[in-house]
Write a protein that binds this ligand. Structure first.
Ligand code: GLN
Length: 486
């Protein structure tokens, strides 16, 4: 059962091949067998899930189908608030936080009939590229347990890759859906900024954060996005614009579509194995009638430094709310208010989060604002302009998702800058607010392990339907997305 895609599971449920209870139980058993090793889930909601599955089966029997995901199991990144279910955001600060409401995304997927099996592990407050920053321990890559699954949605990626659940939610501030999707050999989409509501999604960097689907196929991502997307008046940056039907556009031809290959992405520094995977994918797409053009994205190299000013600046402000007073961790026996703030935050936050708060507070301080924050915002505009110019010539931009395949646990923890450079290909889309998808496009052998390779396609604003379709067309003629770690 676990080798099926979400779409195939839906057909099987419709055809009465198995029940939702059987399906959910199967995945719950897989989580029990494998989570100790992978650490992909921070909590499971087995009882509630089986209750919901029973109800879904009963409803189905009486012809009452709640929505497109009726009775299908999923899991949520532990950054999404879930009513009555602990939401930790990977932090000691929120270890015992039980939200009194659901995030809009959680609410919408529930309304479509999806059943939540649990919450997935993540880097603390979504800050990281390897999932080593979780208070609940590192997540292991199912392809090689000595390697990272990527981050910050590493729990979601590992859970889907290991077939512990067919699909998950994730969030992407600088690559956190696409980079772990690439490292784990799954498909992950970061939608256009504002397409998916951020309400109830714990904030890291509000002008960059965007939730999206992670699954084995582009088709499954489309199924999920159909439910997740849409205007939400409770999120002031949510866009008031009709959503497309991401599923019905999946049959379209990609003949004549123009795809840009940025010179800067294929320069030296790209792992040979990644380059080989991409070249092969380009050939496959050419066979489908896609045309390739070389383009320039001249300011891409500035994206990492700009991001590491903007994101920490916004995080320092967002995380000010965790003060030990309202919710989250509170230190024992505070001497006075200042002691309460200081010790609650010192105890509640981990090293990387503290580092970002320090950098962000510094960059925003009166004497340095112009030199750092303002400059970073100007660079952000330049990067957006590069993309706008490119999209005058092409429909999509193709490149690597990551500079290398999954690295070893502990390999980069000593050098934050080296860790940050992992996001060099994903960050530009966040700075510009554009949609991007990572699709598995190859495999490399390293130290006796097979590791997946991901390719990234970036689209113009709100072009998710065509983006998902080109990924889907590619997956129809390739089988990388069907490979399952041993
Ligand atoms: N790895 C990046 C960071 O550490 C991006 C994280 C994310 O997208 N949430 O900030």
């Amino acid at each position: 059962m676990h080798t099926l895609s979400l779409a195939a599971m839906r057909t099987a449920l419709d055809g009465g091949e198995f029940s939702s209870v059987e399906l959910c139980q199967h995945f719950i058993d897989r989580i029990k067998q494998q989570n100790e090793q992978l650490n992909a889930f921070v909590c499971t909601t087995e009882e509630q899930a089986l209750r919901d599955a029973r109800e879904a089966d009963q409803k189905r029997a009486s012809g009452d189908i709640s929505g497109a995901l009726h009775g299908l199991p999923i899991a949520h990144k532990d950054i999404f608030c879930t009513d009555g279910v602990t939401t930790t955001c990977g932090s000691r600060m929120l270890q015992d936080f039980v939200p009194p409401y659901n995030a809009t995304v959680v609410e919408k997927l529930k309304a479509a009939g999806a059943i939540c099996l649990g919450k997935t592990n993540m880097d603390e407050f979504a800050m990281g590229s390897s999932n080593e920053n979780s208070y609940f321990g590192a997540v292991r890559n199912p392809w090689d347990n000595n390697r990272v699954p990527g981050g910050s949605s590493g729990g979601s990626a590992a859970a889907v890759a290991g077939r512990l659940v067919p699909a998950c939610t994730g969030t992407d501030t600088g690559g956190s859906i696409r980079q772990p999707a690439a490292f784990c050999g799954i498909t992950g989409l970061k939608p256009t900024y504002g397409r998916v509501s951020r309400y109830g999604m714990i904030a890291f960097a509000s002008s960059l954060d965007q939730g999206g689907p992670m699954a084995t196929t582009a088709e499954d991502c489309a199924l999920l996005l159909n439910e997740m997307a849409g205007f939400d008046e409770r999120d002031s940056t949510s866009i008031e614009r009709d959503k497309d039907d991401y599923v019905s556009s999946l049959g379209n031809s990609v003949k004549g579509i123009k795809v840009g290959l940025p010179r800067q992405y294929f320069d030296a520094g790209l792992d040979a194995s990644i380059e080989a995977g991409l070249q092969q994918a380009i050939k496959e797409l050419e066979k489908l009638g896609v045309e390739f053009i070389e383009i320039d994205l001249a300011n891409q190299h500035l994206s990492v430094p700009a991001y590491y000013i903007v994101a920490p600046a916004e995080c320092s402000s967002n995380l000010a709310r965790f003060d030990g007073v309202r919710y989250g961790h509170r230190c024992d026996n505070p001497q006075d208010l200042e002691d309460l703030y200081k010790r609650s935050r010192a105890e509640g936050f981990g090293r990387e989060v503290k580092r970002r708060i320090l950098v962000g507070t510094y960059a925003l301080s009166a004497g340095y604002y112009d030199a750092y924050y303002l400059k970073a915002q100007k660079i952000r505009s330049l990067i957006s302009q590069d993309f706008s110019q490119a999209f005058e010539q092409v429909d999509f931009i193709l490149g690597p998702t990551t500079p290398s395949p999954a690295f070893k646990i502990g390999e980069k923890t000593g050098d934050p800058v080296e860790m940050y450079l992992n996001d060099i290909f994903t960050i530009p889309a966040n700075l510009a607010g554009l949609p991007g998808i990572s699709v598995p496009c190859g495999e490399v052998q390293s130290d006796g392990a097979s590791l997946p390779v991901g390719m990234q396609l970036i689209g113009n604003y709100f072009d998710e339907a065509r983006l998902l379709n080109i990924a889907h067309q590619y997956q129809k003629v390739t089988d990388w997305h069907t490979r399952i770690p041993a």
